[in-house]
Structures are given as C-alpha cells and as structure tokens.
Design a protein around this ligand. Structure first.
Ligand SMILES: Cc1cc2nc3c(=O)[nH]c(=O)nc-3n(C[C@H](O)[C@H](O)[C@H](O)COP(=O)(O)O)c2cc1C
Length: 165
C-alpha cells in the first residue's frame, strides 16, 4: 500500500500549485491531475487528498466531472481523506469554494474518515457549501485575493493533518 496521493483539478494552474505545495510541505506524496487519475489510485493509497478549484456557478473544475462518480462509488472505509478548494471569495461570494464541499460529500458517502477542517476566520464571503457547522470542511485557498496567505495556510494545514496520516 502506498502512502499518500494528491488528486486535483485545475484550469489556470492555481489548484495545481496548491497540490505541489501541499506535497512539498507533507514531505512527499504522489501528485496526480484528476484527468489522468484511475479508480485504482483510490484503492492503492492509505491517504487521499482531493482538491479542486470552483467554476461556473459553484461547480467542480471541469476535469473532475469524469472522476467524481468514481470517488462516490469507491469503498474508502479505512482510508483517510482531506480536501482542499481554490476559489475567489470576493467575485463569487455566495459560492466560495463550493467544489470543496462536493469533494467532501463524495468522500464521506464513500465511507472515508475525513480530516483537516479549518476555521473561516480571515475570509470574507457570504455563502459556501464547503462550510459545515461553522467550519470549512478542508483547506480553502484564494490565489486571486489572498495569494500572500496561501503558503502559510498550506503550511498550517499540513502540520495539522500530518499526525492523522
Ligand atoms: C467563470 C468563472 C467562474 C468562477 N466561479 C467560482 C465560484 O463559483 N466559486 C469560487 O469560489 N470561485 C470561482 N471562480 C474563481 C476560480 O475558482 C479561481 O480563479 C481559481 O483560483 C482558479 O483555480 P484554477 O487555476 O486551479 O482552476 C470562478 C472563476 C471564473 C473565471
């Protein structure tokens, strides 16, 4: 069994950058674009980190459309999942990082243990389906408005999840 895989979808490169930075801060892990991910990737790893930017009206990044059903139908019981989302909290204030909420729901319905929830402090948006019980279900990033915070947010989040992986 391999340890950690990071599977992401990204259109202009922001979620890709986040995925690479997360891997670097974790000190390892395989990074895969979701367009080339396989169902076996979900079976082969103990820890799975899923990430997406949000597009359209609060939707998953396009490349996720073929693979999200594989996540939902996988058996992820016994596996640990963490999710991250990239969005723009000012221009899309009522759908901020909604895609992360979808990744969370998919992994949850597949039976995974989900780790890595974070505080909404320091963000300014009106609504997000990635917020449950007042917290983000994973790591929320905003390269459009808070680029300078992204690395420190990733650093804090990876430090938070490493003991759980
Ligand atoms: C047409 C369009 C729609 C978008 N819709 C949303 C949205 O609903 N929610 C959100 O948080 N961000 C939204 N965004 C912002 C992107 O998610 C953001 O720019 C992100 O950094 C892109 O990441 P990527 O390069 O990994 O695809 C949208 C951007 C564009 C151009």
């Amino acid at each position: 069994m391999k340890k950690t895989v990071i599977i992401y979808g990204s259109t202009t490169g922001n979620a890709a950058k986040a995925a690479e930075t997360i891997a670097a801060k974790l000190g390892g892990g395989d990074v895969k674009e979701v367009s080339s991910a396989k169902k076996s990737d979900l079976a082969d790893y103990d820890n799975i980190i899923l990430g997406s930017s949000t597009w359209g009206d609060g939707e998953l990044q396009d490349d996720w459309f073929g693979f999200i059903s594989e996540v939902k139908s996988a058996n992820l019981s016994g596996k640990t999942v963490a999710v991250f989302g990239v969005g723009d909290q000012f221009s899309y204030s009522d759908t901020y990082v909604n895609a992360m909420g979808e990744l969370y729901e998919a992994a949850k319905s597949a039976g995974a243990k989900i780790v890595g929830e974070t505080s909404t402090d320091g963000y300014s948006f009106s609504e997000s389906s990635a917020v449950k019980d007042g917290k983000f279900v994973g790591l929320a990033l905003d390269y459009d408005n808070q680029d300078q915070l992204s690395e420190s947010r990733i650093e804090a989040w990876t430090a938070q999840i490493i003991p759980e992986l």
